[in-house]
Design a protein around this ligand. Structure first.
Ligand SMILES: Nc1ncnc2c1ncn2[C@@H]1O[C@H](COP(=O)(O)OP(=O)(O)O)[C@@H](O)[C@H]1O
Ligand SMILES: O=C(O)C1=C[C@@H](OP(=O)(O)O)[C@@H](O)[C@H](O)C1
Ligand SMILES: [Mg+2]
Length: 187
């Protein structure tokens, strides 16, 4: 199965462009953190990753999952995203990359709907080599391929409903993807 490169919805736009975020969502391993950061750098705007903020505040994500469980993680993740969007650490537009499960929270979905939401989409075959090399994702235990596919399938409708723009991030370098996303966003 292949994914069409881009799909643009007429998503709601924030009233105040000064604080407009470009929010990267999508399944774990697709490149939200790497591409979000490179995209921000290319446009000389701020970048924040909600997982990085989580680690600053609460330490390692796998250790937190092991000690407190997913529900506790989700509660803190939702608060972090809400804090960033309410009080952005930058003046002007900025990029926010969230964790793959952030969109599970309905309040988070409502908050990001006021911004430009870029869904980085892909399929298992493209991310699996990366995931196998990075055993730091607490939901991907045991059969990593089966777990990734199950989680991606469960969340797909939430990515779809949240996205302003869907982008096939399966192939291409980070810099190439940044250029393609820029073109798709700016026209
Ligand atoms: N297009 C790409 N090409 C090559 N490596 C990539 C690409 N996108 C991401 N990566 C690498 O894959 C890994 C997972 O990317 P990451 O940005 O952490 O994904 P996410 O935040 O969506 O989980 C990182 O090591 C990253 O550098
Ligand atoms: O998919 C998920 O539920 C998660 C994805 C991770 O972020 P990335 O999507 O950036 O890997 C991180 O938030 C945590 O391990 C949970
Ligand atoms: Mg990430």
């Amino acid at each position: 199965m292949s994914i069409n490169d881009t799909t643009v919805n007429n998503g709601s736009q924030p009233s105040d462009d000064r604080h407009k975020a470009i929010v990267f969502i999508g399944p774990t391993g697709v490149g939200k953190s790497a591409i979000g950061q490179a995209f921000a750098h290319s446009r000389d705007i701020g970048f924040v990753d909600s997982d990085a903020v989580f680690v600053e505040r609460f330490g390692s994500i796998p250790a937190f999952f092991a000690e407190h469980g997913e529900i506790a993680f989700r509660e803190r993740e939702a608060i972090i995203v809400a804090d960033i969007l309410a009080r952005p650490p930058f003046d002007g537009p900025y990029v926010l990359s969230v964790g793959g499960g952030a969109i599970l929270n309905p309040d988070t979905r409502a908050l990001i709907a006021k911004h430009t939401v870029v869904w980085l989409d892909t399929e298992l075959e493209f991310v699996l080599p990366r995931l196998l090399g990075q055993p730091d994702r607490p939901l991907l235990t045991g059969d990593v391929a089966a777990q990734w596919q199950r989680i991606a399938d469960e969340r797909r409708h939430l990515y779809e409903e949240s996205a302003t723009l869907r982008f096939d991030a399966s192939t291409g370098s980070v810099d190439e993807l940044v250029q393609r996303i820029s073109l798709a966003l700016m026209g």
